[in-house]
Write a protein that binds this ligand. Sequence first.
Ligand SMILES: Nc1ncnc2c1ncn2[C@@H]1O[C@H](COP(=O)(O)OP(=O)(O)OP(=O)(O)O)[C@@H](O)[C@H]1O
Ligand SMILES: [Mg+2]
Length: 351
Amino acid sequence: MSEEMRGTVSVITFNQVDKSFTEDRKAVKGLSFTIERGEFFVLIGPSGCGKTTTLKMINRLIDASSGTITINGSNHTDVNMHELRWNIGYVLQQIALFPHLTVAENIAVVPEMKKWKQDDIQKRVNELLELVGMDPETYRDRLPADLSGGQQQRIGVARALAGDPDIILMDEPFSALDPLVREQLQKDIKALQQRIKKTIVFVTHDMNEATLLGDRIGMMEAGVLLQVGTADELKRNPATPAVEAFIGRSVEKKNLSLKESLTPIDRSEYIRTHRDEQRVTVQFIINEHGEWVTTYNDHNELEAMIPIDASSSVKSAFELLESSHLPALPVQENGKVIGSVSYKDLARALV
Ligand SMILES: Nc1ncnc2c1ncn2[C@@H]1O[C@H](COP(=O)(O)OP(=O)(O)OP(=O)(O)O)[C@@H](O)[C@H]1O
Ligand SMILES: [Mg+2]
């Protein structure tokens, strides 16, 4: 099968799936949705709405009461349970490393079960530690208790990737972390996913996190999937008042991502000029690949400020603008300039 054809195959399909734990109540009802290969799919909704139940049905930690789930086109009750689990990495809602195993041993659990050669396992462990930004020499032989919460979560991510699964399930992996560590891990996981192109199903109850990470977002309430779409689609066309209310609440937090606030740039424009009252105040020079080259201030002097990342918060953009003494800064995503942000853009985002 060619790459293009593979790109159109759904990796996970839910068709009218129900799950009841008790006679009288369904934890999830009539779930129907598909997740494409390489997609970063976020499930969001309030506590108890059925997010973890949905996630666990994907790797059959929980079996559906009715309906069908297919993985890579096969009904997943027909697939060998061990193969299914080994092919799906799982990062739990609570940090769950084995406390008596070292970092390396924790990461090696699935490769060991798959009976990989020891050399290959050790190579893989080092490679994964590098991938999640932790020096193998320093951390390989530590116990989980000797790591910070953020480092433990990174090991949790490395462990989920260890057996080279196609699909990774992540259940609120960053919710216990402080905001700064959380923001860093969000950026890292997004960059990682763009590099390794795995299918990720990510659960959160935080709309900002969902907006930042998700290619598409599935919003749940009381066991029902209300709407699936990009963050933008959900914001522009909420399917139900409940979706609108949920998004409204998160917008109120004013913790918006920069991406919604910037002035987009046409990639064919090599010089982007900002004017205040007719006066040129700042110019960004961009090369033919859309990459930032340099910034000039109103005296035609070179400025050292590097572009802001599109995944930054409005708050951090504000702080950077202030420290730069420039009226606007370029914004980049995946190394390419996608727009610029000025005080005016930020003010607009906050009203
Ligand atoms: N093993 C179980 N037995 C009985 N009821 C369960 C079981 N697991 C989950 N439930 C119920 O199913 C519903 C959905 O639970 P689930 O854990 O999927 O919610 P969630 O969206 O992940 O919530 P949270 O954000 O708090 O993690 C809840 O009402 C919960 O009490
Ligand atoms: Mg849960």
